[in-house]
Design a binder for this molecule. Structure first.
Ligand code: GLP
Length: 243
């Protein structure tokens, strides 16, 4: 537990940096990092960018896989997760664009896209560290309430609550928010060797308490993390209000 979102970002940024540096990635043996979008990881991305600028960290031998992407939004749409990741992070670090992986929600064969993504993760040697955020209903990636806890990358219809929460990025117009997304599954997240979750703000406090203080269940998909041997949740004070 840290004081505020900035302190959480600094802690998690340093943590990820330490993991990458300890791993000592090379062109033959790259570090594989899973990444989220959302406002919660922004302070972490800021801190990682700072470490790269200071020469303390490099992404030259890091491969990234993003968690999710809206269906039907062109990649260059201002609210696509593709745009978000490049604006907030990738454009400011030294990662070769060929090592960045994001689901494409504009292709005709969406199921093929999801299956190929799972295969790509396998071919990369699996994810070493998956960084995640959490939805107000306790979802991880776009694994909405009711998602199978053994789910893999697939198409998901977004829950009304998620559409409502994300409408703030679409001029508060519910009709403009995509209603479907491609997302890694709960099992895809659990397969990572390590999972780190950033939870900030009071509006996440109920989701956090349900995820860690109640039983594992598919209505709060982050609760599946209780089964993971190496998981870390970094929260700010506000997010702990219900613990
Ligand atoms: C979306 C994303 C999640 C993210 C959540 C919370 O649903 N698919 O990966 O954790 O939003 O976003 P925020 O951090 O902005 O609250």
């Amino acid at each position: 537990i840290r004081d505020d979102p900035a302190a959480v970002g600094e802690y998690v940024g340093n943590y990820i940096s330490r993991r990458i540096n300890e791993f000592n990635p090379t062109p033959e043996k790259k570090f594989v990092l899973g990444l989220p979008t959302g406002s919660s990881p922004i302070p972490t991305y800021k801190h990682l960018i700072k470490l790269v600028k200071e020469g303390k960290l490099s992404f030259k031998n890091v491969i990234t896989f993003n968690m999710d992407e809206y269906v039907g939004l062109p990649r260059d749409h201002p609210e696509s997760y593709h745009t978000f990741m490049f604006t907030q992070f990738f454009s400011h670090i030294d990662i070769p664009p060929s090592q960045v992986n994001l689901l494409d929600g504009t292709v005709e064969d969406l199921i093929g896209e999801c299956n190929a993504y799972e295969q790509k993760i396998k071919d990369a040697g699996g994810i070493d560290l998956f960084l995640a955020g959490i939805g107000e209903d306790g979802h991880v990636a776009f694994n909405e309430p009711g998602s199978s806890l053994v789910s893999r990358t697939r198409i998901k219809t977004l829950a009304y609550d998620t559409i409502l929460a994300n409408s703030r990025f679409f001029g508060n117009d519910l009709k403009k928010v995509p209603h479907m997304a491609l997302t890694v599954g709960v099992a895809t997240v659990l397969d990572a060797r390590e999972v780190v979750v950033v939870v900030t703000g009071q509006r996440k406090s109920l989701a956090l308490s349900k995820s860690i203080e109640e039983g594992i269940n598919h209505l709060t998909t982050l609760s599946a993390l209780q089964m993971h041997p190496w998981a870390l949740i970094v929260a700010d004070e506000d997010a702990t209000a219900e613990l």
